[in-house]
Design a binder for this molecule. Structure first.
Ligand code: FAD
Length: 465
């Protein structure tokens, strides 16, 4: 990767963190604020750590009872591993088996930064084996079928694995057949998708080499992981082309199936919309990408008009970032653990994360039908709930821990700037005092680039949640 992209932030005038005096703050005051901030962090960190330690406390006889149970995890990514690690912190020696086919783990929240030229591939991959804590047994295979009435799963290699408790975290995947000609289009020199690492690397090159014309970005119908990523790559690309002097010969088009840019959180939507419109990005609403005509380089959308009519819209492209629909993996969507109306996801109670039909099965992460955002930030909140409820039911209690729908999003609005926010099931902002959620700030960009990966790898995956 070229240095100019890796350090793209240095050339952007919006990056200047600002001199203290320019903002009317003296250096002495700045130091005072830093002192308050550090003090606050120490107090909050201390309280958090105390709460965490307390939440792990169970008696030795209870721990002995938990050690007799067999916990099997379908999927060993951030969801499964965070719950498993948290369980082992509470009950060292618990019987934990992880069924995970991949030898290489992908830090998917870093994909956007790979596509933007800030991260390299090596920044987002880990040896799967290095992620397991002592005591985790690894079955390197796919779950082919769930057989909940027999308390067992069957793997692709035909192994039968029994469990007392099953935790399902196999994620969701793109359905490349949901857009006509998408598979073929992704092989051309004008189309790439950042939800796949190799294609994201291709996108970085296409964006870098782009020399003007129509850049077209889309947003799918239904659920998707990280609902902010399609917007982030649109806005970062626009910023890149602006800084490279290509903007005046480029039209940036963002087509979304939704009725506004960021419907999940109305206050963020209201804050971000004028900023984006001022940058001359063309936003189109209620538009679904149906097909791609490769020979004429045209994206074909279906637009639902205000009167409910559907009409076809043809948009020529010189660079296309298409977003297909998502789906649950086959053993889930075609198996016994889902139900009608939830797109093949795992049917769980959205607060306890317990399966709606099988009490010894829990869900975590993207595959769980909670209605919450599908992000690693969501998992940070769900994992202690699942681990706590597993212990509850092993000990014969009702699940007492409740997930409140909280999720978070680092909305990268341009190089060096980020709107960071947390929100609940209803899209209300939470912890506003911490984030300044409706402002584009440098500090949260730095946290996204340098901090979140460490939180993911060293805090979550070690069970310190
Ligand atoms: C482009 C992009 C940007 C993102 N940005 C952010 C962000 O900024 N912030 C944020 O918090 N989140 C972000 N996310 C979302 C985040 O990566 C996901 O929410 C998170 O990875 C979900 O974790 P999971 O464990 O539920 O599923 P996944 O991480 O998808 O893992 C599922 C695991 O299940 C395994 N598996 C699949 N099928 C089977 C099977 N049949 N049997 C056994 N194992 C199976 C897979 O190999 C995989 O390891 C982003 C995602 C993408 C793609």
């Amino acid at each position: 990767m070229s240095d100019d992209m890796k350090h793209a932030d240095t050339g952007n005038q919006n990056q200047n963190p600002g001199h203290d005096e320019e903002k009317g703050i003296t250096r002495r005051q700045a130091l005072k604020y830093i002192g308050y901030g550090t003090g606050g962090l120490i107090v909050a960190g201390g309280a958090g750590f105390y709460g965490y330690r307390k939440s792990l406390q169970i008696s030795s006889s209870e721990a002995a009872q938990v050690r007799k149970a067999k916990f099997v995890f379908a999927g060993g990514s951030i969801g499964g591993l965070t719950v498993a690690a948290r369980l082992l912190r509470a009950v060292p020696g618990a019987d934990v088996t992880i069924i995970e086919p991949r030898e290489i783990h992908h830090y998917q929240p870093g994909y956007t930064l790979v596509a933007a030229g800030v991260y390299d591939r090596s920044d987002v991959i880990y040896d799967q084996e290095s992620l397991f804590l002592p005591g985790m047994k690894w079955v390197k295979d796919y779950v082919e079928a769930f057989e909940p009435d027999q308390n067992r799963v069957i793997t692709r290699n035909g192994e039968v694995i029994d469990y007392d408790y099953l935790i399902v975290g196999i994620g969701v995947e793109m359905n490349l057949d949901s857009i006509e000609n998408l598979r073929e289009a992704l092989d051309t020199d004008y189309v790439a998708n950042i939800y796949n690492l190799s294609s994201g690397e291709k996108y970085r090159k296409l964006a870098k080499d782009f020399n003007g014309g129509n850049a077209v970005f889309t947003y799918p119908a239904g659920y998707l992981k990280c609902g902010g990523a399609p917007q982030k790559i649109t806005w970062l690309s626009e910023d890149l082309w602006r800084s490279e002097g290509k903007r005046d010969r480029t039209e940036v088009h963002f087509y979304t199936t939704r009725e506004t840019i960021f419907p999940a959180v109305p206050r963020v939507d209201q804050a971000v919309r004028p900023l984006i419109e001022a940058r001359g990005i063309h936003n189109y609403y209620s538009q679904t990408l149906r097909a791609i005509d490769i020979s004429t380089r045209t994206a074909i959308f279906e637009e639902t008009t205000a009167s409910g009519d559907v009409r076809e819209v043809h948009q020529p492209y010189d660079l296309l970032h298409p977003m297909p629909r998502f789906q649950a993996p086959k053993p889930l969507r075609e198996g016994p653990l889902t139900r009608e109306g939830i797109g093949g996801q795992l049917s769980v109670d959205r607060e306890t994360l317990q399966h709606t039909q099988y009490p010894n099965i829990f869900g975590v992460g993207d595959n769980a039908a909670t209605g919450a955002a599908k992000t690693a930030a969501t998992i940070r909140k769900q994992a202690p709930v699942v681990a706590g409820n597993l212990i509850d039911i092993v000990l014969g209690y009702e699940p007492s821990n409740k997930y409140d729908g909280a999720s978070g999003c680092p909305l990268l609005t341009r190089y060096g700037r980020c709107m960071m926010f947390e929100f609940d099931f209803e899209g209300n902002l939470i912890h506003e005092w911490l984030y300044r959620p409706t402002e584009e700030t440098r500090i949260w960009w730095d946290f996204k680039v340098h901090g979140l990966k460490r939180l993911y790898r060293h805090v979550m995956m070690n069970g310190y949640v």
